[in-house]
Design a protein around this ligand. Structure first.
Ligand code: PEP
Ligand code: MG
Length: 325
């Protein structure tokens, strides 16, 4: 199998009946972009920039942000790079004293909420992203959006920073694409509204699963309840995909669901054409894509959407993936 996966590295991610799937990589540090491309990734679908803040006592400067983005873009050439604005809080804290202890951190001041309350920090990141935008194909993505107000507020701050750069005569890509992660049930249920102000959606199935099922994604005591194969999660994912199609905006999936071989067929069957996953898993996911037809995927998806239990669905998906490989 190892040898076979090596051999498909150079081959396109195309189904047996000719449907092209775009495989992108998830990274936490700039140098990982190299591994993504080596494994056959066609760009970066999720750059988790909060890792710039971890394991250090001070916050990164605008120059440090800029250098990280410039390095990533340099490694990616003209391939797309989706920079997610910092997703701190909950499971990812800085060592700085910004965060007060919270009784429910996953429901607390995390992610976009934290950025919207720390505007200096947020603007520093925007300045660096915009300055780097002339070096390649950058897109901006906001995490944990739950409402249109949050999205509008974040975009307004971005535009303020654009005006500052205009005044200073600093170049940037004015037409930079701005999208959101759909990773809360609230966002998934209001996709048609959010799509009007988003250039793209990326479904964050890790948080979407956690919040839909009310299961802490990191708590081993309830880990058997945590599953993207739950009918509730699959229905939300389907809704998001349909809303993105209706609004004609780009859609990808960047949660771990996109990295797990057993979910490839159902995601394709639901209409997903772009997956973003960790580099080592790209060859195996590509291998599955190259072995299936869209008809297989549609049949499987119809079957699975008619099932009522997670157990039934996950067994079915696992068996189907095993048969394919
Ligand atoms: C997700 O929630 O699915 C996601 C991709 O983001 P993170 O894992 O960084 O929360
Ligand atoms: Mg998330």
């Amino acid at each position: 199998l190892e040898h076979k996966l090596d051999a498909i590295r150079e081959k396109p991610a195309v189904t047996r009946d000719g449907v092209k799937i775009t495989l992108l990589g998830n990274i936490e540090f700039p140098d990982e972009a190299e591994g993504v491309i080596e494994k056959g990734g066609e760009g970066i679908g999720l750059y988790r920039t909060e890792f710039l803040y971890l394991n250090r006592p001070t916050e990164p400067s605008e120059e440090e942000h800029y250098r990280a983005y410039a390095q990533t873009l340099h490694l990616c050439g003209d391939r797309p790079v989706v920079i997610r604005t910092v997703d701190l809080g909950a499971d990812k804290y800085t060592q700085s004293k910004r965060f007060a202890p919270e009784p429910n951190p996953f429901l607390g001041l995390r992610s976009i909420r934290f950025c919207l309350q720390n505007l200096t920090m947020f603007k520093t990141q925007f300045r660096a992203i915009l300055r780097a935008s002339v070096l390649g194909q950058v897109k901006i993505m906001f995490p944990l959006i739950t409402s249109i107000q949050e999205l509008m507020q974040a975009k307004m701050i971005l535009h303020d920073v654009m005006e500052d750069l205009d005044e200073e005569g600093i170049a940037y890509r004015r037409d930079i694409e701005v999208g959101i992660m759909v990773e809360t049930p609230a966002a998934a249920l209001t996709g048609s509204t959010l799509a009007r102000d988003s250039d793209f959606f990326s479904i964050g199935t890790n948080d979407l699963t956690q919040y839909t099922l009310a299961v802490d994604r990191g708590n081993e005591q309830v880990s058997t309840l945590y599953s993207p194969a739950d009918p509730a999660v699959l229905r939300l994912v389907r809704t998001v995909i349909q809303d993105a199609y209706k609004a004609q905006i780009d859609l990808s999936v960047c949660g771990e669901m996109a990295s797990e071989p057993e979910y490839v067929m159902v995601l394709l069957g639901l209409g997903v054409r772009t997956l973003s996953l960790s580099a080592p898993l790209i060859p195996e996911v590509k291998q599955i894509i190259r072995c299936v037809t869209m008809e297989d995927c549609h049949l499987l998806t119809r079957k699975v959407l008619g099932m009522n239990s997670e157990r039934q669905i996950s067994n079915y998906l696992r068996n189907a993936a095993r048969k394919v490989l």
